[in-house]
Design a protein around this ligand. Structure first.
Ligand SMILES: NC(=O)c1ccc[n+]([C@@H]2O[C@H](COP(=O)([O-])OP(=O)(O)OC[C@H]3O[C@@H](n4cnc5c(N)ncnc54)[C@H](OP(=O)(O)O)[C@@H]3O)[C@@H](O)[C@H]2O)c1
Length: 199
């Protein structure tokens, strides 16, 4: 599958590595333009390509992996989302945990991307863990996914399954997103492995 990535830093590159290793395509973009990503493309190999933000955003699944302060700029002026999936991998360490009834950070992202089916995922681990082989210690590395659209979750978790992760659906962005939101989410930072015997 072809997946677009907005942000070609630590987290965008980490996921691109897994996509390429799993035989998928990754279209990476940054703020400075595709020509600045030539060295990274050489390193990632044939499954990866550099594109503009717009080119990355045209994929059926798009990962948002930019610093929180750049989220609005990164999403600005993109083609209509028209139901395409936007996976929010960002964290907002400057904001306090949301209180009851307050929007989670991924709900804030959804408000900036009308028409996108927004999921929260790929945010709870350090990039080095995300980049490593998901098959660890006799099991599979756990990734959490939350989102309000079940079909979108199914489509993205199918990709994670294919890559060898053990995705866990935490529910919607308001309740589930809170559990793996940094700061404050109790699941953030735990590098969990689902043992083969647990399947
Ligand atoms: N690093 C981790 O371990 C980790 C783990 C989980 C979640 N996260 C979250 O993931 C997000 C990215 O973190 P990171 O560590 O990968 O950051 P990073 O290494 O600093 O990389 C940021 C990337 O975003 C790009 N970018 C900035 N503004 C952009 C824009 N307007 N349009 C398109 N691309 C833009 C940058 O491109 P230029 O260099 O061209 O500006 C760069 O490629 C953050 O929200 C962070 O909280 C990080």
């Amino acid at each position: 599958m072809r997946i677009g990535i907005l942000g070609a830093g630590a987290i965008g590159t980490a996921f691109a590595r897994r996509l390429v290793a799993g035989g998928h395509e990754a279209v990476l973009s940054n703020s400075r333009g595709p020509e600045t990503l030539a060295g990274l493309m050489d390193e990632l190999g044939p499954g990866a390509s550099a594109g503009t933000r717009t080119e990355a955003a045209r994929a059926d699944i798009v990962v948002l992996a930019v610093p929180r302060a750049q989220v609005a700029t990164a999403l600005d002026g993109l083609p209509d989302w028209d139901g395409r999936i936007l996976v929010d991998a960002t964290n907002d360490f400057a904001a306090p945990p949301p209180g009851p009834g307050q929007a989670t950070t991924s709900e804030q992202v959804a408000a900036l991307a009308p028409g996108a089916r927004v999921l929260k995922a790929l945010n709870h681990l350090f990039a080095a863990s995300l980049a490593a082989d998901p098959r660890q210690a006799g099991g599979q590395r756990v990734l959490f996914v939350s989102g309000d659209d079940d079909a979108a979750k199914k489509a993205f978790t199918a990709v994670l399954d294919d890559l060898g992760y053990a995705p866990i659906d935490l529910g919607g962005l308001a309740a589930g997103g809170r559990l793996h939101q940094a700061r404050g989410g109790p699941l953030v930072g735990h590098d969990l492995v689902r043992l083969a015997s647990a399947r």
